[in-house]
Design a protein around this ligand. Structure first.
Ligand SMILES: Cc1cc2nc3c(=O)[nH]c(=O)nc-3n(C[C@H](O)[C@H](O)[C@H](O)COP(=O)(O)OP(=O)(O)OC[C@H]3O[C@@H](n4cnc5c(N)ncnc54)[C@H](O)[C@@H]3O)c2cc1C
Length: 428
C-alpha cells in the first residue's frame, strides 16, 4: 500500500489563505468569555461576541480550522437533515419553526459575513443540488419542495434531463436545486473568521488545549499547559474532537469520520462535463456522497470511509470509484489529495445546545451540516451570553445525554454502514 503522508493534510492545507500561527497561552488572563475550540462554532462565537462589545479569549488545541472546519466538503447548505414537518414534529411548535428558520437563513449568514468582512475564501453562491439516483428517493425530493414552499422557500425540482445538464452525469434521475446554498474553501473561511475575531478584539491562542475547567469563587478557570483563563462564561465548541474536558460531552455524540478525495485541476474537456454549472451536489439516499468543483477546478468527492485517521490511498478507493462511476471520462484523471476528519453525529441528527452549569454553554452535533449551522450557532451562543433567555434561543437547551455503549461506537458505525449498504442494494 502506498503511503500518502501524515494526515491530517487536506488539500486545503496547501491552498488556503495563510494565517500567522497563533501564540501559545503563557500567562494568566481574565476575560468575560472563554471559548474552547477554534472551529466555526468557537470562531463565529468570538466574532459575534466581539461585535456586541464582549471580551473573549479563544483557546484552540492546535490552530484555527484544525478540526472539521478545516477539512470539510466546503458545502454551505441550508436546513438540517430532516424535512421541515418532521423538525416541527420532533422539536415542537416553538423550537421546530425556530430551527427551520435559522437553518434556512444560515447560508446567508455565512455569505453575508464573508462579504461584510471581505474574507478571501473562494465563496461561491452557486446553489446546492440534492440528487436522487434511486426512484424511491425521488418522492423525498418532491416532499421537500412542497414543505419548503409552504414556508416561503422556492426550491426547484429538476427532472433527469435538467439534472444531467446541471451535474454533467446521467447517474441521477432527479434533483432539487436549492439557491440558498453554495461553497467555499473551508479552511480559508475558518482562518478568515479567526482574523475577524482578532481584529475585533478577541484574544486567540493556538497549541493551547484546555485541560481543566473548574469553578472558583467568582468565575470559571480554564487551565492549559502553560496558562490560565478566568471567565464569567465558557463556550465549549469542540464538536467531533470533544475530549474529557466536560463530563460526558464526548460520550453524547458519535465522532464520525468522513473521507474526501480531490483530483488534479480538470482540463477544459472535462470541465464541460463534470459539474459544469458548479452547483455543489449531495446525494439523497442511505449511502451517499457529496461532490463539488473548487475554485481551481478540481473535483472534490466526499463520503463514508475508514473510521480512523487514514493514510493509505486504498482507504479512499471507494470515493475514486464513485467519481468514475458518475463520470467515466475521469478514468485517466489523477486524484492527488486524500484526507479525512471527524464531526459530531447525534442519534437523531439534530444539533444540541447545552448549558450544563451556570455560565457554561456548548453547541455541538451538527451531524455533517456544520459549515452554515455552526456559524449560525455562534450567534445563538452570543445571544445567550448577552442575556437572551435560554428559552428564546433557536434550539432547546437540553441535558447532556451519553449514548449507551459509547465506547463501541466504531462497531456501531460499521454495522450501520453495512446495513445501509445492504438496504440500499435492495432498493430501486
Ligand atoms: C470530511 C468532512 C466533510 C464535511 N463536509 C461538510 C460539508 O460539506 N458541509 C457542512 O455543512 N458540513 C460538513 N462537515 C461538518 C462540518 O465540518 C462540522 O460540522 C463543523 O466543522 C463543526 O464545527 P465546529 O467548530 O463545531 O467543530 P470543529 O471544526 O471540529 O472544531 C473543533 C475544534 O475544537 C478543538 N478542541 C477540541 N478539544 C479542545 C480542547 N480541550 N481545548 C482546545 N481546543 C479543543 C479542536 O482542535 C478543533 O479545532 C464535514 C465534516 C468532515 C469531517
Amino acid at each position: 500500500m502506498k503511503k500518502i503522508g501524515p494526515l491530517p493534510l487536506s488539500l486545503y492545507e496547501s491552498m488556503a489563505t495563510p494565517l500567522p500561527l497563533l501564540p501559545v497561552l503563557r500567562e494568566s488572563l481574565r476575560t468575560r468569555v472563554a471559548i474552547i475550540g477554534g472551529g466555526y462554532t468557537g470562531l463565529a462565537s468570538a466574532v459575534a461576541l466581539s461585535e456586541r462589545g464582549i471580551d473573549s479569549v479563544l483557546l484552540e488545541a492546535h490552530q484555527p480550522g484544525w478540526g472539521a472546519a478545516g477539512r470539510n466538503g466546503g458545502q454551505v447548505n441550508a436546513g438540517v437533515k430532516h424535512e421541515p414537518s418532521q423538525v416541527e414534529r420532533d422539536l415542537g411548535s416553538v423550537h421546530g419553526p425556530r430551527l427551520i428558520e435559522l437553518s434556512s437563513r444560515a447560508p446567508s449568514m455565512v455569505f453575508d459575513l464573508i462579504e461584510k468582512h471581505g474574507v478571501e475564501c473562494e465563496a461561491e453562491r452557486g446553489g446546492t443540488l440534492r440528487a436522487a439516483h434511486k426512484t424511491c428517493d425521488i418522492s423525498s425530493l418532491v416532499t421537500s419542495v412542497e414543505q419548503w414552499k409552504t414556508r416561503g422557500v422556492q426550491l426547484e425540482l429538476l427532472n433527469a434531463n435538467d439534472t444531467r445538464r446541471m451535474s454533467g452525469t446521467d447517474y441521477y434521475r432527479a434533483a432539487i436545486l436549492d439557491a440558498r446554498g453554495g461553497s467555499l474553501n473551508p479552511l480559508s473561511y475558518a482562518r478568515g473568521l479567526a482574523s475577524i475575531a482578532a481584529h475585533l478584539g478577541s484574544k486567540l491562542y493556538g497549541e493551547s488545549r484546555a485541560l481543566q475547567l473548574k469553578k472558583t469563587n467568582k468565575c470559571w478557570r480554564v487551565t492549559t499547559q502553560s496558562g490560565t483563563v478566568d471567565a464569567e462564561s465558557v463556550i465549549i465548541a469542540t464538536d467531533g474532537y470533544s475530549d474529557a474536558l466536560w463530563p460526558r460531552l464526548a460520550q453524547s455524540i458519535v465522532p464520525l469520520y468522513s473521507s474526501m478525495a480531490a483530483t488534479e485541476p480538470l482540463d477544459d474537456r472535462l470541465l464541460a462535463s463534470v459539474m459544469p454549472t458548479r452547483a455543489v451536489l449531495y446525494e439523497a439516499g442511505l449511502v451517499t456522497y457529496y461532490l463539488r468543483r473548487d475554485a481551481h477546478n478540481r473535483l472534490l468527492v466526499g463520503g463514508r470511509g475508514a473510521q480512523h485517521s487514514a493514510s493509505t490511498r486504498n482507504s479512499y478507493a471507494d470515493l475514486v470509484r464513485h467519481a468514475q462511476r458518475l463520470w467515466p471520462e475521469l478514468a485517466a484523471t489523477r486524484f492527488t489529495h486524500f484526507w479525512n476528519g471527524q464531526f459530531a453525529l447525534t442519534p437523531d441528527f439534530y444539533p444540541r445546545l447545552h448549558a450544563p452549569a451556570p455560565g457554561i454553554y456548548s453547541a455541538i452535533g451538527y451531524s455533517g451540516r456544520g459549515v452554515a449551522l455552526a456559524t449560525a450557532m455562534g450567534q445563538e451562543l452570543a445571544r445567550a451570553i448577552t442575556g437572551t433567555p435560554l428559552t428564546e434561543l433557536a434550539l432547546p437547551v437540553t441535558p447532556i445525554q451519553p449514548i449507551p455503549f459509547h465506547r463501541w461506537w466504531r462497531v456501531g458505525v460499521r454495522t450501520r454502514l453495512a446495513l445501509a449498504t445492504l438496504q440500499d442494494a435492495l432498493r430501486s
